[in-house]
Design a protein around this ligand. Structure first.
Ligand code: HEC
Length: 485
């Protein structure tokens, strides 16, 4: 393995990333140790250490704790989404060298989007100075420093990242056997309310066992009379183990109306990724109509592999009601697989090839974009999204130079981005179906395609999901920050 890594191109060595495939992941801890050694031998990551501005003596309390608390401990804390904490001196010391390594190579904090292309809210990107400080601390023997320099421990809310929810709906607990591989489940979370109402926010909270990797959830909205019992049917379909098509799966979950017709599906109502919780917008923007009877449909609920012990995950959904209807409900469309416009050329990636695909959508009205979410699976290599205005100018949306299957954020712009009518939104994706792609699920590589919207991680997808509002004068000046960043 070491020989393989050292034998590859330097660019690859620097951009090595870990947390994708179960098989790769199993070896990750071992590999990271090897790479720590390797990084001394190679010049990888020397760029811009910014040594000058770094203090002569770097200590935990004065310099390291502030960096970790700002950039890392939201996930690396007891009950957080990562499996180890970085809160105390002892914790930080134990992972000191690994932290400096992942920081230098920009593996952590996870932020695949290129901050030089476009900036987003809640962006977690270390400065060159922070990176240099982490390294210098290790080089200096990791001293603790004076007690009185220690910053206060960050205060992390429990039960919700946002506030006190009005209602909590448990997700049916899922038990994962010891040593179970990654699983992709379709999970039904039904609810019934006294009346139709409104919500400002719907938040997914993982069960604290740090096995929930990501969730993308829609809402099925029933017309009251058309569905007698929303609690019937199965609650969980395993999209990999069961060879169900989506329609079969929806039937098993008993989603159709009683007369067999399909209810309305409102996309992307509840999303979760480690470190990223519900998206709250400034007043007047966003919010939902909640039907009296409905189902949250957690698509693609991704559980990571488990280790020695069986784990039961009891996640839940928090609802924050709103007394008023949404003034400007956020809308969404997508380019690519199952979207408004197809993937071109077809998403069929022959074995041992690198292939670039596009999807292009021409806007018919002026819109204001709030978030973008690029989506690909394990063969993804890079992604770019932009809009070409009728006058020929380019509006940058997002660039992901190193695709990372595990970190597929909904990226929120600091201010809404106006796309004038008649612009062409372009999504451009590159897929690597060679054996150089460490995440390739097949060895030797095999032809992989989208198989008409199969959601299996070993099939491919190409989507660019955009949330937007019809444009109103002045939108581009409205800050989307709610003060959390
Ligand atoms: C958004 C959540 C998040 C943030 C922020 C984050 N990490 Fe991580 N980190 C993870 C997850 C998840 C893993 C994968 C290992 C796991 O499953 O726990 C990980 C893994 C690591 C590893 C590799 C450990 C191993 O198992 O090989 C190191 C080292 C690390 N993080 C350091 C940091 C540092 C330093 C920062 C801040 C500069 C940081 N992380 C910020 C979530 C995060």
């Amino acid at each position: 393995m070491l020989k393989h890594l050292l034998g590859s191109k330097p660019e690859f060595r620097c951009s090595f990333f870990l947390f994708i495939l179960p098989a790769v992941r199993g070896a990750a801890v071992f590999v990271i140790a090897l790479l720590l050694v390797a990084s001394f031998i190679t010049s990888c990551g020397d760029e811009g250490r910014g040594e000058e501005s770094v203090p002569d003596m770097v200590t935990f309390t004065e310099h390291i704790a502030p960096v970790l608390y700002k950039n890392c401990t939201q996930c690396h804390r007891p009950g957080g989404s990562a499996h180890f904490s970085l809160l105390t001196y002892e914790d930080a010391r134990k992972y000191g060298a690994a932290n400096a390594y992942v920081a230098r190579n920009r593996i952590m904090p996870p932020w695949p989007a290129d901050p030089h292309y476009t900036e987003f809210l809640y962006q977690r990107v270390l400065s060159e100075h922070d990176i240099a400080v982490l390294q210098k601390w290790v080089d200096g023997g990791m001293p603790q420093g004076a007690d009185n320099k220690m910053p206060a421990l960050p205060d992390y809310p429990k039960g919700s990242e946002i506030g006190t929810p009005d209602m909590r709906i448990p997700v049916k607990p899922v038990t994962l056997a010891a040593n179970s591989p990654d699983r992709f489940l379709l999970v039904k979370v039904p609810f019934e309310l006294p009346q139709d109402t409104f919500a400002s926010l719907i938040e997914f909270m993982p069960g604290g066992s740090n096995v929930v990797h990501h969730v993308n959830g829609d809402m099925v909205k029933y017309v009251y009379e058309k569905k007698n019992n929303v609690f019937g049917g199965e609650y969980v379909v395993d999209m990999v183990a069961d060879t169900a098509t989506l329609v079969e799966a929806f039937n098993r979950l008993d989603l159709p109306n009683d007369d067999g017709s399909w209810p309305v599906l409102r996309k992307s109502v509840v999303n979760y990724l480690p470190g990223v919780f519900g998206q709250r917008y400034p007043e007047g923007i966003g919010g939902y109509h909640l039907p009296r009877k409905g189902v949250f449909l957690l698509n693609d609920m991704h559980y990571g592999f488990t280790q020695k012990n069986e784990i039961t995950d009891s996640s839940y959904i928090n609802i924050f009601f709103s007394p008023i209807p949404p003034d400007r409900p956020v809308m969404e469309f997508q380019l690519g697989t199952l979207g408004r416009v197809p993937v071109e050329p077809d998403l069929v990636i022959a074995a041992n090839t690198v292939k670039t695909v596009y999807s292009r959508y021409k806007t018919e009205e002026d819109i204001s974009i709030l978030t973008v979410n690029p989506h690909m699976h394990l063969l993804g290599k890079s992604f770019r999204g932009y809009a070409l205005k009728p006058d020929g100018d380019t509006i940058r949306l997002i660039s992901i130079p190193r695709w990372d299957f595990n970190w597929q954020y909904f990226y929120t712009f600091p201010h809404m981005v106006k796309i004038p009518a008649g612009s062409t939104i372009v999504a451009e994706g590159v897929y690597d179906n060679t054996n150089k792609n460490l995440n390739n699920p097949f060895s030797p590589p095999r032809e992989v395609s989208d198989r008409k919207g199969s959601m299996k991680a070993t099939d491919e997808m190409f989507q660019f999901i955009i949330s937007y509002l019809p444009y109103r004068d002045g939108d581009e000046h409205i800050s989307l920050s709610t003060g959390k960043d």
